[in-house]
Design a protein around this ligand. Structure first.
Ligand code: ADP
Ligand code: MG
Length: 212
């Protein structure tokens, strides 16, 4: 068994079995470096270029952590665009294939509001979406984040570039202090340091490859 085998991690058997069946034999470098910390419940800041496998790093963390029997929102993944949110939701569903009755819901801007309200009434374990629309659902009381145990800020630098700072702050304000927070970003401008300083607890930094 090599050090980058997923089986070196304390993942539930259903997840390990599924990783084998979808052909994920070894962890990518960012997964190998971040997953032990993520599974230990630490806050993690991860930097890795596109295609390095960041989604499965946080996706396995949240799937391992959540309790399917408790049907309320336990994990929230914020992404800069609808396309990225759809990709992330697709990857999480693929990783979750052997976990029965798990509900992953995407909530993005540019999509009609009404059907999203209907979906929220039916409930979900994991929400993936863009900050503007998520903030709107939180503000209107349709999305409750009191049971959140894990928050992921994916492509955080792009979300800030797109002007989502206020929406992010408003959302994070409604989540429990006890949550675990994971932040992924390709670059680390001062704004990222600042948000990490405000919303994360002694985060572990994991850097796989400089992007420039
Ligand atoms: P990033 O978010 O870092 O840009 P993704 O999470 O989108 O990267 O992953 C890029 C691709 O690599 C996806 O198609 C994903 O299915 C695949 N992938 C991720 N982890 C592994 C792995 N351990 N083994 C094989 N393929 C993987
Ligand atoms: Mg990504």
């Amino acid at each position: 068994m090599s050090q980058t085998d997923f089986s070196t991690l304390k993942l539930q058997p259903a997840l390990l079995k599924n990783l084998q069946s979808i052909g994920y034999a070894h962890m990518t470098p960012i997964q190998a470096q971040s997953l032990p910390h993520i599974l230990a419940g630490r806050d993690v800041i991860g930097q890795g270029k596109t295609g390095s496998g960041k989604t499965a790093a946080f996706g396995l963390g949240l799937l391992q952590k959540l309790n399917v029997k408790r049907f309320h929102v336990q994990a929230l993944v914020l992404c800069p665009t609808r396309e990225l949110a759809d990709q992330v939701a697709k990857e999480i569903r693929k990783l979750a294939r052997t976990i029965h009755n798990i509900k992953v819901l995407t909530l993005c801007g540019g999509m009609p509001f009404g059907p999203q309200l209907g979906s929220l009434e039916h409930g979900a374990h994991i929400i993936v979406g863009t900050p503007g629309r998520i903030e709107e659902h939180v503000r209107k009381g349709a999305l409750k984040l009191d049971n959140l145990t894990l928050l992921v800020l994916d492509e955080a630098d792009r979300m800030l570039e797109m002007g989502f700072q206020e929406a992010l702050d408003a959302i994070i304000d409604q989540t429990p202090q006890t949550r675990q927070t994971l932040l992924f970003s390709a670059t680390f401008p001062r704004q990222i340091e600042s948000i990490a300083g405000r919303v994360m607890k002694t985060p572990v930094m994991v850097q796989v490859e400089a992007t420039h």
